[in-house]
Ligand binder design. Structure first.
Ligand SMILES: NC(=O)C1=CN([C@@H]2O[C@H](COP(=O)(O)OP(=O)(O)OC[C@H]3O[C@@H](n4cnc5c(N)ncnc54)[C@H](O)[C@@H]3O)[C@@H](O)[C@H]2O)[C@H](O)CC1
Ligand SMILES: [K+]
Length: 265
């Protein structure tokens, strides 16, 4: 793992390609390692989540322990996008499912156009669990009520995983503003005037909407509740080395804590 320097997205892709071409690893192995690294980092950052209630226990009690926001059900919402960042998200969803978490996956993409690694992980997910369709490329949540139910309910869902876009972001995510606003307001419980960030948002590789080469994210129209047209994460888990975009002024607002995970490159 090279934590000293920061890489461009092209340099990162070249490293991944070299590892795959040399036979050191397959793309699928790299994706699995990335997903495992994200789950490891989640429990390193928030050890209390390992002791959250099983969802059925939570539902029976369903008292919101306002005094202790660390008591939550093992519930996660994962947003998966159209590329390999989304593929990482399907790995994370599957690993949390294996740990008996209740995971809701919202997919922004076309399964028929996924690369082989992401498609394999998409298939492993839908083989046993539902995947809610957000509509692609224009957002039109086919399961809109499901989406609102899972993203509006503040109690019991401690974890949001942003696997929409990684180093492949190539243009601003205008269509996503309503989703980002939902993630942002989803994340706050209000105690009087004190907004307390309740669920934790973890971005895979880089917060979606933040450009990994320029470190820029578009600034929203001032009347919206969002400042940047990007996911506002509490934790970002990136791989092998930080990218240039992790060190910018916008990144300081959007990334939260940054953990670098080795994927054997
Ligand atoms: N085996 C591997 O390659 C590994 C990759 N890792 C993860 O992969 C991503 C990079 O994946 P890539 O497919 O190149 O890019 P993205 O997933 O970030 O997205 C590309 C996808 O999205 C479309 N797109 C770009 N901008 C927009 C936009 N504004 N609106 C809509 N759609 C957009 C674009 O056309 C592509 O289809 C990397 O970040 C890692 O998370 C693993 O970590 C290691 C193994
Ligand atoms: K992301």
């Amino acid at each position: 793992m090279n934590t000293a320097t920061t890489l461009t997205s092209d340099q990162m892709r070249a490293l991944e390609q070299a590892a795959i071409s040399s036979g050191d690893a397959t793309g699928l192995e790299l994706m699995e390692r990335a997903g495992r690294g994200v789950v490891e980092a989640i429990f390193e950052e928030w050890p209390e989540l390992e002791h959250a209630f099983a969802p059925e226990v939570w539902d029976e009690t369903h008292e919101v322990h306002w005094g202790d926001l660390s008591i939550w059900a093992k519930r996660a919402v994962v947003f998966c996008g159209p590329g390999n960042n989304g593929g990482d998200g399907f790995v994370v969803a599957r690993l949390l499912r294996e740990l008996k978490w209740e995971v809701s996956v919202f997919f922004y993409g076309d399964a028929e156009r996924l690369g082989p690694d992401a498609r394999r992980n998409y298939d492993l997910w839908v083989g046993e669990s539902r995947c809610y369709d957000l509509g692609f490329p224009n957002l039109n949540p086919a399961d809109a009520d499901e989406f609102l139910k899972r993203t509006d309910s503040l109690t019991g869902t401690p974890l949001i995983v942003d696997a929409l876009l990684g180093i492949g972001l190539s243009r601003p995510l205008e269509a996503f503003q309503p989703i980002f606003e939902n993630i942002e307001h989803f994340g706050f419980l209000r105690f009087g005037e004190t907004p307390i960030r309740a669920p934790r948002c973890v971005a895979i590789d880089i917060p979606s909407g933040l450009n990994s080469d320029t470190g820029e994210a578009p600034i929203c129209d001032p009347i919206t509740s969002l400042y940047f047209l990007a996911v506002h994460a509490d934790l970002t888990v990136t791989f092998h080395s930080k990218k240039i975009g992790h060190e910018s002024e916008h990144a300081k607002v959007l990334c939260g804590n940054i953990i670098v995970k080795d994927i054997g490159l």
